[in-house]
Design a binder for this molecule. Structure first.
Ligand code: GDP
Length: 597
């Protein structure tokens, strides 16, 4: 039996979402979502992101109708000034020089972003560029009347979003592409919200005006409705009609960009502190890690030592967007660089430091900070933490993943737990099933902030490791009322400390001896640690615990002994179990109190 989430009909999803988040939102297990994705031909792991369309298909198969969640303007973003902008503000005024504007092209799918980027590239070719730009490094430059514009040329708006998310705000201007025959669509609104949140001016490219069903007036009306009032209607949004396909209106757009750029007074110090943003990065067989960097202040030169995130290196070679080797590049230039020791993340800020030693010091600090961060960010799904969240009102219910040995014990536990669910206290059993606790259970619990309760079952090694990494609480019981009592106590905030088993030694059964009065004795060799006469033990066969109990006798060379250490042989008999077989493992363990987190 398995009760999964509360299903309502409609659901809002962001434009991209991780498998884990999607599973949480639809109240399914990540594995279930992964399977659904696979059946639709998409292979994705739990931490990978899928786009809205894909997520919507999964949601619909689980009975939800998904619509795109257009983010509201995030106020807190507005005050955030990226480090490179702060740096430029601190540069001496007399050193600042105008630099080319950096432009991101955003818009709804199929409205013509790629076509427009191609058309602009082509315009560049027309202005005398031999051979055109065949390279794709994530950004390129074009010229109009001797003035340069830098375009970010990444699929969709992923780079722009990544930059904004990290506060880098790489683009100075956003060109919002809207197809005149289709009008303002969800991703148009989303892109506009992104640009507004980053305080980046928007120019609207009204594309596909060549189409017979293009309706510029309707589009302008729709733009006005989302706060982008066209300048010809007295607003401050420039709207340029064009056809990316027929390559008309491209120059008007470039002119508008230069005009907006000039009004913005876009400056940088070419001789200042070199820094900027990673546009994209990949590993190439022949060249190793190759990254495209957008220089936002200062200049970058072969031989410079660069630190970005937790990667660093001396720049061995620089290439421009045409793939030509260069020695040095200045502000607003995209360059492809070789020499970093690894692949940095798109959107990360890079900086130049005096030496590789400095780079390593910075990276060590960053790694330590990261470790601290992850330690303090551990999901927090121990019963104690859950109770705190519950009390603080952050959590509306106590979520439980329940595993039991047989259906017969599952049912009374479920009904007793549901009985606890009275008044303010809400218990939600996400999943109840027979069988050992596995990794899937831990994933489900982690994703949905639940605890795992087991009755007469074990957690496998993989599940334990994952539970530790994800800070998911697993509690195993052999008496039903103890389980119920603990949950009740947890809800009342009176939980007793948690205990865990610590293995102190293992012995392998080599032979079985029948002794008339005593029963069976296992002739063993201690393979690790030690086994004590008063130890509690598991008896494992083929990796599975088939008995748990106490030792009744421990002998070494016919003598009763208190303990036997690794490397020695011994005879072991257990209270209540005598069906030993050669190859069985007897594992001694202690019960230790787990300090509350
Ligand atoms: P993207 O998803 O925004 O990158 O859109 P694409 O650039 O891939 O264009 C989507 C479709 O619209 C393609 O079939 C293009 O050929 C077509 N398209 C793009 N621009 C125009 C245009 O100006 N006029 C017409 N008629 N079709 C266009």
């Amino acid at each position: 039996m398995s009760e999964i989430g509360q299903k309502s009909k409609s659901l809002k999803l962001p434009s991209t979402i991780t498998v884990r988040e999607l599973a949480t939102i639809v109240g399914a297990s990540p594995i279930e979502v992964i399977k659904l994705l696979m059946s639709n031909g998409v292979m994705a792991s739990i931490n990978q992101t899928v786009d809205f369309d894909t997520a919507a298909i999964v949601a619909s198969e689980l009975g939800f109708e998904a619509s795109l969640d257009v983010p509201e303007l995030e106020k807190k973003d507005l005050g955030e000034i990226p480090l490179w902008r702060q740096t430029i503000l601190k540069e001496p005024q007399d050193k600042l020089r105008p630099r080319p504007p950096v432009v991101a092209i955003l818009g709804h799918v199929d409205h013509g972003k790629t076509s427009l980027l191609d058309a602009i590239r082509h315009a560049n070719v027309a202005s005398g560029e031999a051979g055109g730009i065949t390279q794709h490094i994530g950004a390129y430059q074009t010229e109009l009347k001797g003035k340069t514009i830098t375009f970010l040329d990444t699929p969709g708006h992923s780079a722009f979003t990544a930059m904004r998310a990290r506060g880098a705000q790489g683009a100075d201007i956003v060109v919002l592409v809207v197809a005149a025959d289709d009008g303002v669509m969800p991703q148009t609104k989303e892109a506009a919200a992104h640009a507004k949140a980053a305080q980046v001016p928007i120019i609207v490219a009204m594309n596909k005006i060549d189409k017979p069903n293009a309706d510029p007036n309707r589009l302008k009306q729709q733009l006005a409705e989302i706060g982008l009032v066209p300048d010809e209607w007295g607003g401050d949004t420039i709207v340029i009609g064009l056809s990316a396909k027929q390559r008309t209106g491209i120059e008007d757009l470039l002119e508008a960009i230069l005009l907006v750029g000039e009004n913005m007074n876009i400056l940088a110090n070419p001789d200042g502190a070199p820094m900027g943003t990673v546009i994209e990065a990949k590993v190439e067989k022949a060249r190793g890690p190759v990254s495209t960097l957008l220089i936002q202040n200062g200049s970058l030169e072969v031989g410079d030592t660069v630190v970005v995130g937790t990667t660093y290196g001396r720049l061995k070679a620089l290439f421009d967007y045409r793939g030509r080797k260069i020695r040095k590049a200045g502000p607003a230039t995209p360059v492809e660089v070789m020499g970093l020791n690894d692949v940095p993340s798109a959107g990360d800020l890079f900086q130049v430091v005096p030496s590789e030693r400095d780079a390593r010091i910075i990276i060590t600090e960053r790694l330590q900070a990261k470790l601290k961060d992850t330690a303090s960010k551990k999901a927090g799904v121990t019963l104690e933490q859950l109770f705190d969240q519950y009390k603080a009102g952050d959590l509306k219910e106590l979520r439980i993943v329940l595993k039991a040995d047989v259906q017969g014990s599952l049912e009374p536990i479920v009904s007793s737990l549901n009985d606890l669910s009275a008044g303010d206290i809400k218990i939600h059993i996400l999943h109840a099933e027979t069988g050992n606790i596995g990794e899937n259970d831990v994933m489900l619990a982690s994703a949905s902030k639940a605890i795992i309760l087991g009755f007469n079952v074990q957690a496998d090694a993989g599940a334990r490791r994952l539970a530790e990494a994800e800070a998911v609480s697993i509690r195993v019981y052999d008496i039903i009322y103890r389980l119920i009592e603990d949950v009740e106590k947890a809800l009342k905030g009176m939980l007793e400390p948690e205990f865990k088993e610590v293995v102190t030694g293992q012995a392998e059964v080599k032979a079985v001896f029948k002794i008339s009065k005593v029963g069976n004795i296992a002739g063993c060799r201690i393979t690790s640690g030690e086994i004590r006469r008063n130890s509690k033990v598991h008896l494992k066969r083929k990796g599975e615990v088939i008995f748990q109990g106490e030792i009744s006798s421990l002998k070494h060379l016919q003598e009763d002994v208190k303990e036997v250490r690794s490397g020695f042989e011994c005879g072991i008999s257990l209270k209540g179990f005598s069906e030993f077989a050669p190859g069985d493992i007897i594992e001694a363990f202690l019960i230790e109190k787990v300090e509350a987190a």
